[in-house]
Design a protein around this ligand. Sequence first.
Ligand code: AMP
Ligand code: MG
Length: 423
Amino acid sequence: MAQLSDDCFAFGGALLGVDAALALITARITPVVDEEGVPLSQAAGRILARDIVAQMDVPPHANSAVDGFALAHADLLPDRETILPFAGRVAAGHPLGRAARPGEAIRIFTGAPMPEGTDTVMMQEDCVVERGRVRVKPGIRQGANRRHAGEDVAAGEVALPAGHRLKPADLGLAAALGNDSLPVFRRLRAALLSTGDEVGEPGTRLMPGMIYDANRVMLAALLRAQGCIVTDLGICPDRPSALAGTLEAAAAGHDLIVTSGGVSTGEEDHVRAAIEKLGRLDFWRLAIKPGRPVALGQIKSGQGKGVPLIGLPGNPVAAALTFAILARPLILRLAGAVISPPLTFPVQAGFSYRKKAGRREYLRATLTREGGAVVARKYPKDGAGILSSIVQSDGFAILDESLSDLEVGGMIDFLPFSEVFGS
Ligand code: AMP
Ligand code: MG
């Protein structure tokens, strides 16, 4: 008997779990690993192709962490003030040029090399300076305010590992080691298209029954944030031949194809059939909400190699979520990055919720601090087309496969948008 249901997941058949889909991505995606050198100033967001081994210590010499007086700790009286004569002066960039004499203090400034024979720096605020002499309080620890050579990175250490996506601090460290360029993998070339006869270009006049393309500009920005060079292939009509032709052409000059819409089971959904015709389908239905219809496959290119295609759902929230959860790790893997799962943290649910066990749900939520707890407030509307739910939230509240009844106050994992939508 036909069953009426308002649950679009009522459709039968086994669905692949999110973790299984991620494992499949790791197994099936072969990284594109062409190497190129880039100047340090251009390296942010790129993926390091080789380990960067420190050729020198950072810092290169022991130096002072404060402005004050460098001295030998052994010269200090343990229980009383010590009075030491001071002669020399070392500023940053100007070594003393001789060793300190026993019993002598040296005026020193932050970053200046520690003179040989000294091991401790007394902060100037803790000293009384008299004519040519300095009075030093007792009780300072040996080595206080001294930075060791190589305490950040020692020569020979791996400072930055291959596969690491370079962030601003990484560039700072590479510079501190003297690098002016870095070996990185070349950027991925991604082809992007929307599908749907109803989908129109913003800035043009909409015909009756049409909507503007919300996905393409969003996905292009997400792809660029992941370091891709994006070819915009526009909007493809719901015609099997047009779609197949576009995908086949796209496979020729790209490392990755990203589509949105047309992956479901409707008569106007042609992406899956096109993948099966032009290559191989790995999966197309996941136990995830929103975003169940999401396809991964490979399109054979002229050179015989398979170009990965990820077919994201048409609903904009589902497209953004499946980009975050599936396309992003796929892109990182393809680009040669070592992937670590995005950072999540436990929060208290500020809402109750019932769901089907067996699928993972990602609700849009805002975080608030209530008493000592961080509480997630669910965006009131759940629909996969409600893009405002992302615009007005902080991240995804993740409801695991095993969960079916969430009570107010229950602990859930929270995935901040910044982890998956940022660069
Ligand atoms: P589909 O997966 O093609 O059945 O699309 C699912 C829903 O998403 C439909 O309501 C579509 O109109 C809508 N949709 C598809 N593509 C887009 C797009 N590029 N921008 C906004 N909405 C879209
Ligand atoms: Mg469609």
